[in-house]
Design a protein around this ligand. Structure first.
Ligand SMILES: O=C(O)CCC(=O)C(=O)O
Length: 291
């Protein structure tokens, strides 16, 4: 996400021009633990695992039919079938040609769509899935409120990096709020096409200073890369992660697209803070730090 994007303009925009990053910023030798058996198999042990490690992976959370429906809803919005929906962000390298492209090519030029749940019932359905909500309730001990929805598309050959960050650095929510991100694979998400990478347990280490570099991000030299853990997922697989967990995703060098939905939830009892309060926590201003 972009900083403050949760406020979100409903208009077509492009991603910034991508800046290269050091290859060693991502490791590809460790894979996250996961469970199978769908949402109904989540046990108290799994919820404890989430709190200790900052994440939980369910390999088979959604059915093929649910994923097919979500993809159809996403393509419908991408193809401009709903004229009042304009929250589409293109990969900057491809954006200038977007009006000349045929629908299939144009879909593969899109990096992100957002604020879509009120425009597309098939996408909203996933965000309200009873099994998903039950897991969130167990994690939060409260009623989960959806406050951000996005589809993150890493087009073949062009999908850009999302540098390491903590999601709470983007949200004006009080410190200590259990923000939970949910990332749902719509395509096979692999090492080659830019699957999610996480640092297990890093949510226990508190807020990190973020810098405006390639994005609003943790400084590359502050990332404990030796703990980098990949989260490859098949369609219907789902990652839950804590809003303070360090995570990011490398570029898509492959010829395969990597489409995913990402929802963020906060507990109903959570309090908002100002942008200034958030920047006092996550920003570098007035602190003797450099990147
Ligand atoms: O889907 C991705 O590649 C990462 C997205 C992400 O971490 C974010 O938008 O916060």
């Amino acid at each position: 996400m972009n900083q403050q994007e949760n406020v979100g303009t409903e208009d077509v925009v492009n991603t910034p021009t991508p800046i290269p990053y050091p290859d060693e910023l991502y490791r590809f030798d460790t894979v996250a633990n996961s469970i199978t058996g769908g949402f109904s198999s989540v046990s108290k042990t799994d919820i404890d695992y989430f709190h200790q490690n900052g994440y939980l992976v369910i390999e088979d959370a959604f059915t093929d039919k649910e994923i097919e429906e979500a993809l159809a809803g996403m393509v419908y919005l991408m193809d401009g079938k709903k004229p009042d929906f304009r929250a589409i962000q293109f990969e900057s390298k491809l954006a200038k040609r977007k009006d000349e492209m045929k629908p299939k090519e144009r879909r593969d030029a899109i990096r992100k769509i957002f604020n879509f749940v009120h425009h597309e019932a098939r996408l909203k359905a996933l965000s309200e899935h009873a099994g998903l909500i039950r897991v969130l309730e167990q994690i939060m001990g409260d009623t989960p409120i959806l406050f951000q929805d996005m589809a993150l598309v890493k087009p073949p050959l062009h999908g850009t990096e999302k540098p390491w960050h903590q999601d709470c650095a983007y949200f004006n929510l009080a410190q200590g709020t259990t923000v939970v991100g949910v990332w749902i694979a719509l395509d096979e998400a692999t090492a080659e096409n830019g699957c999610m990478h996480i640092i297990p347990g890093s949510h226990n280490e508190g807020p990190m200073i973020h810098f405006n570099r390639r994005d609003w991000q943790i400084c590359d030299t502050d990332v404990p890369i030796d703990r980098d853990t990949m989260v490859p997922l098949s369609p219907g697989g789902c990652l839950f992660w804590h809003g303070l967990l360090h995570h990011g995703s490398p570029v898509n060098h492959s010829s395969e697209r990597r489409r995913a939905l990402q929802f963020h939830y906060k507990p109903a009892s959570s309090d908002d803070i100002s942008t200034q309060d958030r920047m006092d926590i996550f920003g570098s201003e007035g602190k003797d730090v450099d990147c």
